[in-house]
Design a protein. Structure first.
Lengths: 86, 268, 853
């Protein structure tokens, strides 16, 4: 199971990662590259919170798939709708 | 058959398989095939259903519930096999449906391709609560009446000044949504002079039932004569009694609206 | 109703459902004859009856509206002619659609689902009985709220499809239109609660040996229906909340001027709308499968392919929505894709239709009333389905759009579904009431119904060129419309036969045996009609390949019949009596833990729903985020506040109420084996919340793409306030985790401190946001300023609302922790944590999307 020490380490990683996201703006990357980096960071943070704070890493995989379906549905709608405008 | 109006760019298919011509012609061909096949399939399937329901009615002696295989209360559900017949029927219906739709897809490509730009008349259509406004290439605008020449493709660019409408001329089998902030495009060719009705096909408020316009298809020379007399931004240049009565009915439609019209009624 | 069983213990509950021993609890659960019973019951069978009866009221209401329309359509009407003015006609058309699709169809189906599914599963009730009652009362009150909307200037008049921008106050200013939208929001709340309940139950509470493969087909269809409901209705909720915000708060998502606002609505609505039509049809399909098997005496042909086909349809239903948008400005590639997926979805239906037909072969078909209706339903569905293929061919759809071809098509398939459900009503009537209906009247009903149906809807195909929602049409089509009107009255009046038959039979019909239908095989027919309160004597099991009952209850139960069955009660979210769920020990003669029996009554679902009704009623009058002037505005505001107090109070009361859910031992539970019901329920809820936020974020993304992504300036001038809030929220997630660790270590003050810290941090988040917003308002920015502001405030506002809800729970938990709770059973802290971390995760995406990019 997860020790308090690990929780603390994850918390610290999340904190740092959030700060980095803001700093990316000053890194001089092109817009879409920065976009990708920032969203990747968000996704990484989300995975850490879900896997450890919400315990999904240690629960039956079915729970992860359950939420994954919701996410897939939302993404499909957003991407298909946006694509249809182009 | 109006094949001479079709784009010179060769459509890489057998002619005859894909109906080409006016929108009405294309629609009627496809609709007829679907109706025929649909009715056939419907009759066969429903007939088969009714026949077997009758044949296997209890008391006919035809059906049987064999002792070894009786349904038992509390049994774990299972199927009774018969997969082969099921697959055959399913496969056949799949072939029919997929072929039908593939054929219509080719027709869709034809319709989406549309007529050649140099041959067609471009008209902008703007819907509003509760009428239709048409703008010709020279900038001339009419309200409630669309005049087009026969035998020449007309390309419509459609939008709305307010809510979501839909512009359709049912006799000519052309229709498209009118969406705020967007433009949709469609086309039609009318081969018979006459007067047709365009209506709104998307609920748009209290005047929806009466949101119509006249579509007057004129012999080409008459059209040219009329068009030559129109000028840009001059909406009142050519009134005729027919147009006035149409304007009156679209004014009626607008009077139904509780809120003031967004633009003053423009009489052609 | 009289009960023929001689074992009835009148002293126990005064009711009629105690036909076998072992399930009277000695507490005062009122009998079925008493009014109070129906307000407090949480039993799935009672809730099922409530749903069926209430939905039939809405059928009548929606049907009368249809009659009004059909009278209007007897002839083309010039302005001023006809019984309805254009304003009234548009409201009639819209209300007819909304009432039938939402307030009649699914609730009618779910009446049966509620009644029958737990019996088919071998469960004693649904997983969360109070939530079940809650979903019913929310449904009823949402319907009442819709009724109220007629009296607030006029109800919604933009069609059941509620297209934008007609749906915003610029074009439909009546308060009643807002109320109708809010009524639908309340209905969605009901559905979401119901889906969480059904999904948890159907996955977790199946009898041993009843794997999903072995599930009866009716239960299969309900399972797929609730899966679709979970995700589809979340998308609808996003659409409705955005619409409510546009109407009440003045945001501009759907305004005429907003980039692609009208298209945004069509995407959100139809993403829901298409799965919805299968949500509505699937239960009917399930009834058809059951009734075909029973009355042909044959098992269904190709059962596993039938199931596979249904699963495919359920998944594919989310991939076809743009076929409702073929005439919009979407590009040709996406049109082609959706044409393919649409044709794809018709194929599994072909298979299912054939499977049903082939089931008749070599059977011995009895043409009872249920079978007649279900057979007729299949026939009507075939016709409707064939005409649907026409619509899938894009070039034909180009002409059929907005015409009666569409109307006739969907009435054939949807009312075809109703036909099957009516068959289901006759089929299960003996089980539900303990009495047989009159067979002759049933057959008469079918004859009149079938004639009326086809006389009403078939002419609409012939008159297909009539535009929808229009009462001035080409005169040559009038004879067909006249035929249709006659048919409409015949169809409607046929229901009088049914109401008379069922009402009379419920009192004086012949008593029904456990199983009046030869060859019925599913578990509901193995218990009495109606079943006892707890459904089964002992525990159902299929371990030996067929249904048996294990007598654990009788072995350990003492002669004192006031004790409940052994085994620990599983808490329903109220104060738990015991945390453990014993399994195998119940089978042996181990000491019976003397716990309270399962509870069956709670008034709080009713009160909570009444409170929610009042809140939404009060809010309906908002325009541009302000109440109207004067007394009227004050009255509305007071109503909203009073409703809020009632709602919050009920939630606390429900939390504190000692309520025990049904006793069960985990049998088949794939894929959630070993995870307790509360956790599964919470995750299912969170999955739908993902779609809700997905809808909001998707709306933002879509609007921004339409606007031009890079030209869109973020609203906040700099990201610091957002970053601070990110830090705060991350820290609060950390403290929640620590609270759970403390609870598991039984460290009371650790729990209190950490939960309290979470609460304080959450308040900090809100204060920080409040300051930020105040600064923006001070700069002259408001929700309605432009669409960038609208999306910013509403999306982060929805998130803030989630934070507020979480804080209320955190406060409650902190207070209870102070009193020593959660040290033995820390599940509530764990579930709260799951929710809170979800809220945190959402912010992790909102922050960059709205502050940085």
């Amino acid at each position: 199971m997860v020790s308090t020490k690990l929780y603390t380490a994850i918390y610290a990683a999340l904190f740092v990662s959030a700060t980095v996201q803001v700093l990316v703006e000053f890194a001089g990357l092109s817009y879409w590259l920065a976009f990708g980096v920032i969203l990747a960071l968000s996704a990484a943070k989300a995975v850490l919170v879900a896997a450890y704070f919400q315990h999904l890493r240690f629960e039956p995989r079915s729970l992860t798939y359950l939420v994954g379906i919701g996410l897939a549905a939302a993404l499909a709608l957003t991407l298909a709708a946006s694509y249809s405008l182009l | 058959m109006v094949t001479e109006l079709m784009p010179a760019a060769a459509f890489p298919l057998q002619s005859g398989l894909v109906p080409r011509g006016t929108r009405a012609f294309v629609f009627e061909r496809i609709f007829e095939v679907f109706l025929l096949l649909g009715t056939l399939v419907g009759v066969v399937v429903v007939g088969y259903m009714l026949y077997n329901a009758y044949r296997y009615r209890s008391g006919s002696g035809k059906g049987h519930v064999d002792e070894g295989n009786r349904l038992v209360l509390g049994e774990l559900p299972s199927g009774s096999g018969g997969g082969r017949k099921l697959f055959t029927s399913f496969f056949m219906s799949m072939v029919i449906v997929v072929s039908l739709v593939s054929w219509t897809y080719l027709t869709l490509l034809y319709v989406e391709e549309g007529p050649a730009d140099d041959e067609s008349l471009d008209v902008e259509v703007e819907g509003y609560q509760f009428g239709w406004r048409f703008t010709y290439p020279n900038g001339h605008t009419t309200d409630g009446v669309l005049r087009v020449p026969a035998d020449r493709p007309v390309q419509l660019t459609i939008t709305t000044a307010d809510v979501f409408h839909n512009f359709g001329i049912t006799a000519l089998r052309v229709k498209s949504d009118a969406i705020p902030g967007q433009e949709t495009e469609t086309w039609f060719t009318a081969d018979e002079p006459g007067t047709y009705t365009a209506r709104c096909y998307e609920l748009c408020g209290v005047g929806h039932s009466y949101m119509s316009a006249e579509v007057i298809v004129m012999p080409p020379d008459e059209y040219e004569a009329w068009y030559a007399n129109t000028t840009a931004d001059n909406a009142t240049a050519n009134g005729s009694s027919a147009d006035a009565s149409v304007a009156a009915s679209s004014a009626v439609a607008q009077s139904v609206a509780p809120q003031p019209s967004l633009r003053p009624a423009v009489v052609p | 109703m009289t009960d023929a069983s001689p074992e009835r213990d009148a002293a126990a509950d005064g009711g009629h459902e105690v036909a076998r021993g072992g399930d009277d609890h000695g507490h005062d659960f009122p009998g079925r004859g008493s009014i109070k019973r129906w307000f407090v019951t949480t039993n799935h069978k009672d809730v099922g009856i409530l749903y069926v009866v209430t939905s039939l009221f809405f059928l009548v209401l929606g049907g009368v509206l249809a009659w009004l329309m059909r009278v209007q359509l007897l002839a083309p009407r010039a302005l001023g002619e006809g019984i309805l003015s254009p304003v009234a006609y548009n409201q009639t058309v819209s209300a007819h659609g909304l009432l039938m699709v939402f307030w009649f169809l699914s609730p009618f189906a779910f009446g049966f689902a509620n009644y029958v599914v737990p019996l088919q599963l071998g469960a004693k009730d649904l997983a969360f009985p109070r939530l079940n009652a809650l979903s019913y009362w929310l449904y009823l009150f949402s319907g009442i709220l819709f009724g109220v909307s007629f009296f607030q200037g006029g109800t919604f008049s933009g069609g059941w499809t509620m297209y934008a921008p007609l749906n915003v106050p610029t074009f439909t200013p009546d308060v009643g239109a807002s109320t109708a939208v809010l009524a639908l929001v309340l209905f969605v709340a009901s559905v979401t609660v119901s889906s969480v309940n059904f999904l948890t139950t159907m996955h977790r509470m199946r009898a041993e040996g009843l794997t999903l493969r072995n599930l009866p087909l009716f239960s299969w269809t309900i399972l797929l229906t609730v899966w679709m409901m979970l995700f589809a209705f979340a998308a609808l909720l996003a659409a409705l909340l955005v619409l409510s915000s546009d109407r009440l708060l003045g945001t501009t998502y759907f305004a005429m001027e907003s980039p692609a606002g009208a298209l945004l609505w069509t995407h959100l609505f139809w993403f829901f709308g298409h799965p919805e039509v299968y949500i509505v049809f699937f239960p009917a399909l399930g009834v058809m499968a059951e009734v075909f098997q029973t009355f042909t005496g044959r098992r269904i042909v190709g059962r596993k392919w039938f199931i596979l086909a249904m699963v495919l349809v359920a998944i594919q239903s989310f991939a076809v929505w743009m076929h409702h948008m073929f005439l919009t400005s979407i590009n040709l590639q996406v049109k082609t894709l959706f044409m393919i997926t649409t044709i794809g979805i018709s194929l599994p239906f072909d298979l299912m239709v054939f499977a049903l037909i082939y089931t008749m072969l070599k059977g011995k078909i009895r043409f009872t009333t249920p079978f007649l209706f279900v057979f007729g339903a299949l026939l009507l569905f075939i016709i409707g389905g064939i005409t649907g293929v026409f619509l899938g061919a894009v070039v034909l759809d180009y002409e059929f759009r907005g015409t009666y071809w569409v109307v006739a098509h969907f009435h054939y398939v949807m009312v075809g579904g109703v036909t099957a459900l009516v068959g289901g009503l006759y089929y299960w009537f003996p089980k539900m009431t303990g009495r047989m209906y009159d067979e002759f009247l049933g057959k008469l009903h079918f004859a009149v119904y079938f004639v009326g149906f086809n006389l009403l809807y078939f002419p609409l195909f012939v008159a297909w060129e009539t535009p929808r929602r229009v009462f001035d049409y080409a005169p040559e089509l009038a004879p067909w419309h006249q035929l249709a009107t006659v048919g409409g009255f015949v169809l409607g009046l046929s229901f009088l036969i049914m109401f008379y038959n069922l009402f009379k039979s419920a009192f004086v019909g012949d008593p029904a045996p456990d199983n009046p239908w030869e060859h019925a095989t599913t578990a509901e027919w193995a218990v009495s009609s109606p079943p006892p309160l707890e459904n089964f004597d002992g525990t159902p099991t299929y371990r030996n390949g067929h249904l048996e009952f294990l007598d654990i209850g009788e072995v350990a139960q003492s002669e004192d019949r006031s004790g409940g069955p052994t085994g620990a009660a599983v808490s329903d979210g109220g104060v738990a009596a015991s945390a453990t769920t014993t399994v195998a020990t119940a089978l042996s003669t181990a000491e019976a833990t003397e716990v309270e029996g399962p509870s069956h009554a709670s008034i709080w679902p009713f009160v909570l729903s009444a409170g929610a009704f009042l809140v939404l009623l009060g809010l309906s009058s908002l325009q541009d985020a302000a109440f109207p002037e004067g007394m009227v505005g004050a009255a509305y505001a007071t109503t909203a506040v009073a409703g809020g107090v009632v709602t919050l109070g009920s939630l606390v009361a429900m939390g504190l109420e000692p309520f025990h859910g049904p006793v069960f031992e985990e049998g088949e539970a794939w894929p959630f084996a070993g995870i307790d019901n509360g956790k599964v329920g919470m995750w299912i809820f969170l999955a739908s919340d993902v779609v809700l936020f997905g809808g909001f974020i998707g709306a933002y993304v879509f609007t921004r793409v339409a606007f031009g992504w890079t030209g869109w300036e973020p609203i906040p001038p700099d990201p610091i306030p957002g970053l601070v809030n990110t830090y705060i929220l991350l820290t609060s997630s950390f403290t929640v985790v620590l609270a759970l660790v403390a609870a598991e270590k039984r460290h009371k003050w650790g729990v209190v401190t950490c939960l309290g810290a979470t609460f304080v941090l959450g308040i900090g988040f809100l204060i920080n946001k409040g300051l930020e917003w105040q600064h923006l308002f001070h700069e002259g920015l408001w929700l309605s300023t432009n669409v960038r502001a609208s999306t910013f405030f509403l999306t982060t506002g929805l998130h803030a609302a989630h934070v507020i809800a979480g804080l209320l729970v955190a406060l409650y938990l902190t207070a209870r922790a102070w009193r020593g709770a959660y040290l033995e059973d820390s599940r509530s802290v764990e579930y709260f944590g799951l929710y809170w971390h979800f809220v945190d995760i959402v912010w992790l995406f909102l922050f960059p999307l709205f502050y940085i990019l």
